[in-house]
Ligand binder design. Structure first.
Ligand SMILES: Cc1ncc(COP(=O)(O)O)c(C=O)c1O
Length: 394
């Protein structure tokens, strides 16, 4: 038996995921025969397009089954660099690209090579829940930049300015955003860039994993495009999971300053090595193939986002900032309601609706619902949401 100290401080500090807890309870209830409607999913409900699957199968048959270069398949790195250059208007060459095990590993690697004890990371809130966890694992301290549904979750420029200290090392942006579905506007990014110009020690990470999942009237802007003069300290994280329905393939990427990307490659070489070699061939096919599937899937999410948003707006008491991207809605609970955890636990136990409490994303006033399910399921979920709120408020 080892000594009393079984776990490292690092492992000890990891917080259990609320999302997993709710999902586990939903499964338990379903196994007991309860009729459960889950709007908690954070992944596309489409299958990966066939031509991508075929490319990976072909790669397997061709013997692409061995270790590959740590930084990624050279052809894929080249194709990603070309995509960033042409689609995002950010001149990039392949030495600036690291292929990672999903967008998640891109973020993890970047934080590990950039951050250390004492550094402060600024995270706009609500946020995707892995940012603070990964920043803490790298030893950094978090400062949140709260935003409110009352102001449409807009980025708080003054709050940003006032939160900067000598220790500030990194600002995180995520557009289109999880959980709010907000798409940042170019002017907002320009204002942020203006502040960064006065603080040469602050880096920025822009997570653009939902890039293609936006309404027709929206435009995705990559932060790196807005501030080419800051290219040494702006990093982009992206991947194939959401746009191409490839969550299980685990292919994402980090791009930016080649010196820092090189350090992230060294880290990857000593931790996980290359991303699954034949999965990378699938990703290459995704980039080279027709964009029709991408457009069709994005349209379908837009339709379902609208169905979900309109339905929420009809339930009295909720305040919703209409999401324009990703596949979530993040409504604010009625004023006289309980906190988000109690609300979600109640919704699950009483009406069989599985949704995610906003506190998991840093905002206890809200709840997150996903529209990456069938329209019938969305309607069923909305019905149960109304029952839940009536239940709680009665
Ligand atoms: C905002 C955001 N960034 C990154 C990721 C990670 O994506 P991947 O599956 O490519 O690791 C997710 C996944 O849910 C996400 O919502």
């Amino acid at each position: 038996m080892p000594g009393n100290k079984l776990l490292s401080e690092r492992a000890f500090a990891l917080e259990p995921s609320l999302t997993l807890e709710i999902n586990a309870r939903a499964k338990e209830l379903a196994a007991q025969g309860r009729d459960i409607c889950s709007l908690s999913a954070g992944e596309p409900d489409f299958n990966t397009p066939n031509f991508i699957i075929e490319a990976a199968v072909r790669a397997l048959k061709d013997g692409i089954t061995r270790y590959g270069p740590v930084a990624g398949d050279p052809e894929l790195r080249e194709a990603i660099a070309e995509k960033i250059t042409t689609v995002n208007n950010v001149a990039t060459d392949s030495s600036q690209v690291l292929v990672t095990n999903g967008g998640k590993q891109a973020i993890y690697n970047l934080f590990q090579v950039l951050l250390e004890q004492g550094d402060e990371v600024l995270i706009p809130s609500p946020y995707w829940l892995s940012y603070p966890a990964m920043a803490k694992l790298a030893g950094a301290t978090i400062r949140y930049l709260p935003s409110s549904p009352l102001t449409g979750f807009t980025f708080d420029i003054e709050g940003f300015k006032n939160s900067i200290t000598k220790k500030t090392k990194l600002l995180i942006l995520n557009s289109p955003g999880n959980p709010t579905g907000r798409v940042m506007q170019k002017q907002e990014m320009e204002a942020i860039a203006e502040i960064l110009r006065c603080h040469p020690n602050i880096f920025l990470m822009s997570d653009e994993i939902y890039e293609f999942l936006i309404d027709d009237d929206q435009q995705h802007t990559s932060f790196a495009e807005v501030a080419p003069d800051l290219s040494d300290r702006v990093f982009t994280v992206n991947g194939f999971a959401k746009g191409w329905a490839m969550t299980g393939w685990r292919v994402g990427y980090l791009s930016g300053n080649s010196k820092i990307v090189k350090a992230a490659i060294a880290l990857q070489s000593q931790s996980t090595s290359n991303v699954c070699s034949f999965a990378q061939k699938g990703a290459l096919a995704a980039l080279r193939g027709s964009k029709r599937c991408l457009i069709e899937m994005a349209r379908s999410y837009s339709d379902r986002r609208l169905l979900l948003s309109n339905g929420i707006k009809e339930i009295s008491g909720f305040n919703l900032v209409k999401p324009k991207g990703a596949f979530y809605a993040f409504p604010e609970l009625p004023q006289n309601c309980c906190g988000s955890v109690e609300f979600c636990k109640n919704a699950l136990e009483k009406t069989g609706l599985a949704i995610v409490p906003g506190i998991a994303f840093g905002d206890d006033r809200c709840i997150r619902l996903s529209c990456a399910v069938s329209p019938e399921k969305i309607k069923d979920g909305l019905y149960r949401l109304k029952m839940s709120i009536d239940n709680i408020l009665s």
